[in-house]
Ligand binder design. Structure first.
Ligand SMILES: Nc1nc2c(c(=O)[nH]1)N[C@H]1C(S)=C(S)[C@@H](COP(=O)(O)OP(=O)(O)OC[C@H]3O[C@@H](n4cnc5c(=O)[nH]c(N)nc54)[C@H](O)[C@@H]3O)O[C@H]1N2
Ligand SMILES: Nc1nc2c(c(=O)[nH]1)N[C@H]1C(S)=C(S)[C@@H](COP(=O)(O)OP(=O)(O)OC[C@H]3O[C@@H](n4cnc5c(=O)[nH]c(N)nc54)[C@H](O)[C@@H]3O)O[C@H]1N2
Ligand SMILES: [Mo]
Length: 768
């Protein structure tokens, strides 16, 4: 079996090929509703018990309560007193606050090899890790270890590195601002910028595309803007599953007369119809239709689609001179307009229509809408960022906003919808392999040292470096590096080249099983849990998708008394590694997080009076020039860009495959085996296909196939998937991640952002 590695121990890198019993239903025609509530409560009852579950839920997303570890969608100012959370937020809570435990006895019973042959679902359902565990060189079982010894092992390995760049420090996006700040400080004092993070696989393309054009790698809108927009485009995103609370905001926008346009190869349920479970009237009516237009774009067809929209908007301007194009804004605030319009004027419309696959008349209607209304917001997520031309697609979206002057005014702007609940905050805190020199200058000044200036590894470079044997120590603050990354087999083997791997985690995952020569698991508190330190109960802070910094405070007893908080783990480790070397009060900061926030205030702009302002009921907004109409590029102007039409060639009888999330998973954490909205039950090994393609290849419904990707001269195979007919453009198919990450070549990355192209994999299907 190629996906089993035997270097130190015999372990399976990818989820096993076992089938669980597919049942098919009709895709549902409305999201949320009462079924959503029932399903959420079932997860809560099974994992935490009702009493504990309801105690957590009563504080979820409430002022001074717990920030939901689900997604980064912001809380509205007027929160529901009953339930300001969604079905999938409740599932995230159930998963974290589960009563199930991976305790010392559990690890004594199950070898690493045995667990690696379990499905990700079964691994995740094993429960919370309760004690620091160590997997010594050559051993097959994890054994308990004290915190002191664990820190000493890490310190010894770090000291044995011949350069600090032999150590890599990954971060997943749940880490609080306080932990992230201390972590990056520790890493830079150690001497490297090797700080890859989940953003590298997620919204990196948005950061690059927006940074270049408007001067900030973040969105420019607030929730109130969403309510007040006249037109909202939801592009490459499945909010019904991944940002369900966004549906309530879209509903409000519609109540105010706004229109919603959904651009996606799949007609995702939430955008079709939404039943707000908090509204009895909604439930009675059977819900509201969210999307007024559905543009069923081909995979990676968004650049041609936006170019056509731009072309038609410019035609509208010709019909009504001065009414559509905001000339004053363009002259005063932008550069590059002339080159941009001359390129759009030359657009080969029939070719672009063919490339995007959307009806010409629909695009005309949408362009008319965009020409008549200025309060436009574009929201996007992974359908855009994980494509080869992701950065250029985002720049084309920016072009549309600049043409209409639809940025930096109320009700309009750009909205990359973030994934992990604090992924944006982690970047603000300095978790970045290519930090700006101003940030490093500030660190140097405050801590009186010379921070490393050369760039560190991103996720893909980390895997390459591991493969070449250049990484001695790999530490991960959360996440599941093995299952979230591309090219699973290559990555799994690369990780085995590392000396020591360290995972700070809440729950067991495959990254604890496919490890370096020796490995540590350091169990930490989750968001929901009380964080008691010497100075009393602590809270942490996070930044949501719209740049609001606010508190999060857990309220239930930790899963075990051995657990430590992430800030405590980092400060104690730093204390062991550095002692008094830098004159930093690590222990005091561990005992009182207000002191960490004082340090953040000293280093990072926008955090003045941090401790005071963050205690305000709704926290505070970070500075964002473009939101207020002030672009922060080097010229002080926003840039129009010219983006070439992408060229793709798909070999005959091959399909373009996207890897997406089911309704029952959080990234690599599998909550359950259903994908309710898409009508798929009890099975994750499925490939969603167009019926005509199925007919062409002679596949029957539910027939089993292997999926093969032959890019860059290597044949990668994922075996045993049921074919399912689905409403998806011809020539494409969809599968769930992480089961098919093994098919994504490591070399297949987005231009400039280097984000793995998880939404564009050329595959062929083989009958079994
Ligand atoms: N419940 C739950 N919530 C989550 C997560 C989770 O796993 N579960 N994950 C969190 C994280 S980290 C993230 S980043 C977000 C992810 O949130 P999403 O980006 O919504 O997640 P995906 O399932 O990857 O869905 C991508 C969507 O893009 C569409 N798409 C694919 N290719 C294209 C294309 O070429 N063009 C267009 N226009 N559309 C395309 C797909 O059909 C799909 O609807 O959600 C966050 N929230
Ligand atoms: N093929 C394909 N691959 C993808 C994607 C895709 O769409 N397709 N999406 C990409 C995206 S958008 C992302 S963001 C990445 C996600 O990559 P990661 O962030 O690395 O993965 P997660 O599955 O979110 O990590 C889950 C683990 O985090 C740990 N954890 C949970 N909560 C906490 C906490 O509070 N503290 C700590 N220390 N640990 C915690 C648990 O042990 C859990 O097992 O995956 C990427 N990979
Ligand atoms: Mo993400």
């Amino acid at each position: 079996m190629p996906d089993v590695t035997t270097k130190h121990r015999r372990v399976k890198i990818v989820p096993p090929e076992e089938l669980t019993g597919l049942e098919l239903d009709k895709p549902s025609n409305a999201a949320a509703g009462i079924t959503g509530v029932t399903v959420a409560m079932k997860h809560i009852a099974e994992e935490t018990g009702m009493w504990k579950g309801l105690k957590i839920l009563s504080k979820l997303n409430q002022r001074h309560g717990i920030d939901c570890p689900g997604c980064a969608w912001p809380e509205p100012n007027h929160r529901s007193a009953v339930a300001e959370y969604c079905e999938n937020g409740a599932k995230a809570i159930a998963e974290e606050a589960t009563e199930k435990k991976c305790d010392i006895g559990f690890f004594a019973e199950h070898s690493v090899e045995e667990m690696s042959f379990w499905s990700d679902y079964k691994i995740g359902k094993s429960g919370r890790v309760t004690h620091p565990m160590y997997l010594p060189k050559g051993a097959s079982y994890y054994e308990p270890i004290s915190w002191e010894k664990a820190y000493q092992i890490i310190a010894d390995e770090l000291k044995s590195c011949s350069t600090p760049d032999e150590a890599v420090f990954y971060t997943s996006g749940r880490t609080s601002n306080e932990a992230a700040f201390l972590y990056q400080l520790f890493v830079r004092l150690f001497g490297t910028n090797n700080l890859p993070d989940c953003s590298n696989m997620c919204h990196e393309s948005s950061g690059v595309g927006l940074g270049e054009t408007i001067g900030i790698g973040k969105g420019t809108v607030t929730v109130d803007d969403i309510y007040n927009a006249e037109v909202i485009l939801v592009v490459g995103q499945n909010p019904g599953t991944n940002h369900p609370r966004m549906l309530s905001a879209l509903q409000k926008c519609k109540e105010n007369g706004g229109k919603v346009i959904h651009i996606n190869p799949l007609p995702e349920t939430g955008t079709t119809k939404f039943v707000n479970p908090q509204s009895p009237l909604d439930v009675l009516k059977g819900g509201v239709k969210i999307a007024d237009y559905f543009l069923q774009v081909k995979i990676a067809g968004d650049i041609p689609l936006f170019k056509i929209l731009l072309h038609y908007i410019l035609e509208e301007e010709k019909k009504h001179p001065g009414a559509v194009v905001d000339q004053t804004f363009i002259t005063e605030q932008t550069l590059g307009y002339d080159d941009f319009i001359s390129e759009i004027a030359q657009l080969d419309i029939p070719k672009a229509l063919e490339a995007c696959g959307v009806e010409h008349s629909l695009l005309k209607e949408v362009a008319t809408l965009l020409s008549a209304n200025k309060k436009i917001i574009t929201c996007w997520a992974m359908g855009i960022t994980q494509q080869k031309h992701a950065v250029n697609t985002i720049r084309e979206i920016v072009n549309m906003h600049l043409l209409r002057g639809a940025v930096g005014i109320p009700g309009a702007g750009l909205c990359p919808v973030r994934g992990h609940s604090n992924v944006q905050g982690d970047r603000t805190m300095g978790i970045y392999e290519k930090p700006k020199s101003e940030f490093l200058d500030s660190l140097d000044k405050v801590y009186q040292f010379s921070s490393p200036r050369h760039h560190g590894y991103d996720v893909v470079e980390t895997i390459e470096a591991m493969h070449e044997g250049k990484v001695k120590v790999f530490m991960a603050m959360g996440g599941n590096f093995i299952s979230a990354t591309p090219d699973s087999e290559f990555t799994g083997k690369a990780v085995q080249n590392v000396g020591l791997t360290v995972q700070v985690s809440t729950k067991l995952n495959r990254a604890h099983l496919v490890t370096g020569e020796h490995a540590l698991i350091l169990p930490c508190l989750g968001r929901t849990e009380l964080d008691l330190q010497k100075s009393g109960e602590q809270f942490v802070t996070v930044e949501n998708s719209m740049g609001v910094v606010h508190t999060s405070r857990g309220n239930v007893k930790p899963a075990d008394h051995h657990l430590k908080s992430e800030p405590a783990i980092v400060s104690e480790l730093a204390d062991v590694v550095f002692g008094n070397k830098f004159n930093i009060a690590w222990k005091e900061m561990r005992d009182n997080y207000d002191l960490i926030r004082n340090e953040i205030e000293k280093v990072i702009p926008g955090f003045d009076d941090f401790n005071k302002r963050v205690r305000q009921p709704d926290g505070f907004y970070l500075p964002n020039g473009p939101r207020n109409g002030k672009f922060t590029t080097s010229s002080g102007k926003a840039l129009f860009t010219v983006n070439p039409m992408p060229q793709f060639s798909v070999p005959k009888d091959h399909l373009v495959m996207m890897t997406i999330r089911s309704h029952d998973q959080y990234n690599t954490t599998i909550y359950g085996l259903d994908d309710r909205y898409r009508g798929i039950k009890n099975e994750r090994r499925v490939v969603l296909m167009n019926r005509q393609d199925m007919h062409h290849f002679g596949f029957r419904e539910k027939e089993l196939v292997n999926i093969v990707s032959d890019q860059d001269g290597t044949s990668r195979v994922a075996s045993h998937f049921h074919v399912i007919p689905f409403d998806i453009p011809k020539g494409s198919c969809a599968t769930y991640f992480p089961e098919t990450n093994c098919l994504v070549p490591l070399s297949s990355v987005a231009d400039r952002s280097k984000t793995p192209m998880s939404k564009y994999i050329i595959v062929r299907l083989e009958k079994l």
